[in-house]
Design a protein around this ligand. Structure first.
Ligand SMILES: Nc1ncnc2c1ncn2[C@@H]1O[C@H](COP(=O)(O)OP(=O)(O)O)[C@@H](O)[C@H]1O
Ligand SMILES: Nc1ccn([C@@H]2O[C@H](COP(=O)(O)OP(=O)(O)O)[C@@H](O)[C@H]2O)c(=O)n1
Length: 248
């Protein structure tokens, strides 16, 4: 029996993580947050005095950190050299430095190999989310989704996560998002890009629940088309029910 592989890409704040986790959980698939891996390696560079904007120094150190990702969608984990890194990888410092570190080819080839190994080992299939999953990491994925949303919607979602937010936060968040998208889309190695065969879903006017329902349906279709996929009629029914319960 073959496992279904789903690639979900798109810029920041389009809903990749929330959607991927909910879909994976509803359908009994594993889940991999590849952004967390790039953030983890960036955190290691900053913690070990490697300047994020020094591509040569980053390349020389790229093989050093041991990155470990837990793929249970109900409780995903990320560890660096055996230490839980889930808190520090979300810091402003890491967010500001991650695009420089992730543009370094030695970093990408190492993390890409890790991602492919995790996907190959996922017993019942996996949802992998990032920027280059459909184009580079898993070009043979059974289903590729590219999520988009307006910069305004993405900034307001992101600043909604900050405590004590105000108008300054919103405009700063918007500027930081646009800057990061430009860096991720403009880099030479594996830029953020929609794969030619990806389904594009504009989430600007959709609730998270609607996006999840839409993706669950697409995964069911992909599994059925694959034939013998792990998402059977019973699991699909349970998934529909679960998707209906997920709220914003
Ligand atoms: N369709 C949606 N409508 C409103 N808010 C959303 C939607 N999708 C995600 N969110 C919220 O937006 C924020 C960013 O979502 P996230 O899944 O982390 O995006 P990404 O992984 O693409 O950066 C989260 O707080 C999430 O709850
Ligand atoms: N497949 C991926 C995933 C993330 N990344 C990099 O990692 C950064 C952080 O990714 P993320 O998914 O955690 O970002 P958010 O959109 O959640 O803020 C991105 O801005 C990219 O620079 C990448 O280069 N390739």
């Amino acid at each position: 029996m073959s496992a279904v592989i789903v690639a979900i890409d798109g810029p920041s704040g389009t809903g990749k993580s929330s959607t991927s986790k909910a879909v994976a959980e509803a359908m009994g698939l594993s889940y991999l947050d590849t952004g967390a891996q790039y953030r983890a390696i960036t955190w290691w560079m900053l913690s070990n005095g490697v300047p994020a904007d020094d591509a040569e120094a980053v390349a020389a150190a790229a093989a050093k950190p041991v990155i470990d990702s837990g793929t249970d969608p109900a409780a995903p984990t990320i560890a660096v050299d055996g230490t839980d890194a889930s808190g520090p990888i979300r810091s402003k410092e890491v967010t500001a430095a991650v695009s420089s570190v992730s543009a370094v080819p030695e970093v990408r080839s190492r993390i890409t190999a890790l991602q492919r190994a995790i996907a190959a080992e996922a017993p019942g299939g996996i949802v992998v989310e990032g920027r280059d999953i459909g184009t580079t990491v898993l070009p043979d994925a059974d289903l590729k989704i590219f999520l988009t949303a307006s910069p305004e919607a993405r900034a307001s979602r992101r600043s909604g996560e900050l405590k004590g937010k105000d108008a300054t936060d919103l405009s700063a968040t918007r500027e930081a998002l646009i800057k990061r998208d430009a860096a991720d889309s403009g880099r030479k190695t594996s830029p953020l890009k929609k794969a030619d065969d990806a389904v594009e879903v504009d989430t600007t006017e959709l609730t998270l629940e609607q996006v999840v329902e839409c993706v669950v349906t697409l995964v069911e279709q992909a599994a059925a088309a694959k034939g013998g996929g792990t998402v059977g009629a019973e699991a699909a029914e349970a998934a529909d029910e679960k998707a209906g319960q997920i709220s914003k």
